[in-house]
Design a protein around this ligand. Sequence first.
Ligand code: GDP
Ligand code: CA
Length: 319
Amino acid sequence: MRIVVLAGGIGGARFLRGLKSTVPDADITVIGNTGDDIHLFGLKVCPDLDTVMYTLGGGINEDQGWGRTDESFTVKEELAAYGVGPTWFGLGDRDFATHIVRTQMIGAGYPLSAVTEALCDRWQPGVRLLPMSDDRVETHVAVTDPETGERRVVHFQEYWVKLRASLDAEAVVPVGAEQAKPAPGVLDAIAGADVILFPPSNPVVSIGTILAVPGIREALAASPAPVVGLSPIVGGAPVRGMADKVLAAVGVETTAAAVARHYGSGLLDGWLVDTSDADAVTEVEAAGIPCRAVPLMMTDTDATAAMARAALDLAEAAR
Ligand code: GDP
Ligand code: CA
């Protein structure tokens, strides 16, 4: 079975772990979001690709859900001693090595897709991890500064990590997406898939950014494979993080049904909501999207594997 998964960071990575345990022999291609990428200290950091790679490769800090296990922060402290920031983005010593290797390879002329493959040679995530694009895309968020009343645009990481999404997101723009091309292998994987899954990743700044790369949405719609998604919204709130802020920016209510309608029946052939949102099933189906309610909390690998199984079952029914 050839499965394609569009993934952000934590939600995508944890889901993939469950999927792999449900169908260990499946051929899984992950199309990772690179709109979260940021350049820090001269290094290119790809938080979502690394979260998938570390989670599936056994190197993730499980409690945090991002960054390396058994991490230290000497380099960060030394940089701070020089007065060199930002200090709000947590890069540990082990993690730094990944970004150094990546930046060095990019400097030598390798595209991000080739660099990601090289990094995965070490981590052996058991999936083919592709960046959505080799071209630079950077998600920016427009906010109004509460002190000056002025509108300003910040990098997504500054909005999310530094400001902790405390200000309203007035617009979310994947800068560069319009000119970006899908990375090598992305469109072929979609065209050749038996099943396509949207894990419970952020619908705006993770999956939405991937869909903003011209050609990807069209390929998904054209693919004969059913597309099934799992709601990241449970009981009217994100399970983790601040997805409600970026959903509001695109005019979407923070409900499992509204997210399904946002993707639409042109894209989705199935949608899973949590059992606590069973009321939403009728509304989603009225929008032309087959829907089931199952437990959607990724509390451990078994619970996550059951979610993946339910998604594959719904895909089978949609075929
Ligand atoms: P990020 O890039 O690290 O923010 O990760 P993703 O975009 O892949 O996923 C973030 C989304 O995952 C958030 O909107 C959360 O609501 C959702 N999420 C996290 N844990 C769970 C869970 O256990 N169940 C469900 N249904 N959603 C979850
Ligand atoms: Ca992310």
